[in-house]
Design a binder for this molecule. Structure first.
Ligand code: C2R
Length: 175
C-alpha cells in the first residue's frame, strides 16, 4: 500500500484526483494554494483502482493535520464521496469533464450524496473555486489569511470594474 505522498511539510490541504488525466484541471487548485502560501499535498488515488490506499489516506488525514480535502474525479466519480465517508474533514468535490456525458455524470455522482455525509461540490472542472473555498475555511481561524482573502476580493472587484471600461472602449472604437 502506497503511503500518502506529501510534497509540503505539514500540509494543511490534500488534493486528490482519480487519475493523472485529471491533473490539468486539478493543478488549478495547487496554483491557488501557492498564491495564498498554503502548504498542500497532491496525490493520485482512486476509490475504484486503489481502494486500500484511499482508506489509508482518508482515515489518517485528520491526525496528519489536514484541515480539508479537495477530490477531483470524472465519470463514475465516487472518489469524493468515499473519501468523505472515511474522514470527518470537509471534502470538496470537483466534477471533472468527461467526453461521453459532458461531465454531467461526474457532477451528479458527486453532488447527490446521502444525508449525513456531505461533499461540497463545485462546478464542472472548477478546481479553482474548490481551492478558494478551502482557503475561506482555513481563513476562519487565521486572521492573516483572512486579510489576504479580503485583498484578493478587492483585486477581483477591480478587475471586474475594468471590464466595464474595456467594453465601453470597444463600443467607442467600433463607432
Ligand atoms: N472517477 C474515478 C475514480 C474514482 O471515483 O475512484 N477513479 C478514477 N476515476 C476517473 O476516471 C477517469 C478516467 O481515468 P483514466 O484517464 O485513468 O482512464 C478520470 O477522470 C478519473 O478521475
Amino acid at each position: 500500500m502506497t503511503p500518502p505522498s506529501s510534497d509540503a511539510q505539514a500540509p494543511l490541504v490534500g488534493i486528490l484526483m482519480g487519475s493523472d488525466s485529471d491533473f490539468d484541471i486539478m493543478k488549478e487548485a495547487a496554483a491557488v494554494f501557492d498564491e495564498f502560501g498554503i502548504p498542500f499535498e497532491i496525490s493520485v488515488i482512486s476509490a475504484h483502482r486503489t481502494p486500500g490506499d484511499l482508506e489509508a489516506y482518508a482515515s489518517s488525514a485528520e491526525e496528519r493535520g489536514l484541515k480539508s480535502i479537495i477530490a477531483g474525479a470524472g465519470g463514475a466519480a465516487h472518489l469524493p464521496g468515499v473519501t468523505a465517508a472515511m474522514t470527518p474533514l470537509p471534502v470538496i468535490g470537483v466534477p471533472i469533464y468527461s467526453k461521453k456525458l459532458s461531465g454531467q455524470d461526474s457532477l451528479y455522482a458527486i453532488v447527490q450524496m446521502p444525508a449525513g455525509i456531505p461533499v461540497a461540490t463545485v462546478g464542472i472542472d472548477n478546481a479553482r473555486n474548490a481551492a478558494l473555498l478551502a482557503v475561506q475555511m482555513l481563513a476562519i481561524g487565521d486572521a492573516g489569511l483572512m486579510e489576504k482573502l479580503k485583498a484578493f476580493r478587492l483585486r477581483l472587484a477591480e478587475a471586474s470594474r475594468q471590464k466595464t471600461t474595456k467594453i465601453r472602449e470597444k463600443l467607442r472604437a467600433n463607432g
